[in-house]
Design a protein around this ligand. Sequence first.
Ligand code: HPA
Length: 267
Amino acid sequence: MNVLDLARTVRDWAPGLTPKIGIVLGSGLGDFAARVEDAQAIPYADLPGFPHSGVSGHAGELVLGRVGGAEVAVLSGRAHFYERGDPREMAVPIATLAALGCETLILTNAAGSLKADVGPGSLMLIADHIAFGPNPLIGVGVDERFVSMVDAYDPALRDLARKAAKATGIALSEGVYMWFSGPSFETPAEIRMARLVGADAVGMSTVPEVILARHAGLKVLGFSLVTNLGAGMTGRPLSHAETKSEAAAGGERLATLLAAVLKLLAE
Ligand code: HPA
């Protein structure tokens, strides 16, 4: 099925909804999907080309509905590069959102912070990224593959996110997200390198999706929920269990911030 057929399937499933905003929910952040009003959920299994194995900590469904007065298409569940070594894991879902008429993609993730004063539970607005892995546009055989990544994280949307943070009283730092392939966590030496090259947080997702989204002409906004300090910063080993429990704890605040962003976007 091509993406136009997929978009038609989604439209038939949720008639009357014409979402302009897509959202990707990261590990443990699935609670946001519960805030979607008039929700119509389509299992990824019913959408050929959408990931349906290896989706961790997620429902694995596309949820259409309304939040804060805005119509949204929520990808509740992502697949990661580390599943199969394919940076195009999320290519079909993102292209489908674009074909559906989405103009903006809001991405969320769980991340390790490189700043001791931005600890677990903190929210970071992504200002820019460092791709430390293969590009998802490799093999796309047209000139459109030469996508500019200047202001990839849309400055006007970032302004709006800061406004939403202020309005809700939620602390929001801003920084550079660096993508590591995973699935093992980084070494302490890699964390020191990441800091040296200008990263503020590290994680295993989002970056290929941002490149795919820019290629599809979508505006991008990204948030990291800090679940831990980077490897070697505390003397304790990192664990996926900690990532999931901290993401669940902070997820509510990120959901509130997202709802405020959507409200501003709907105005
Ligand atoms: N490293 C990579 N990915 C992550 C981390 C981390 O420290 N925390 C949550 N996701």
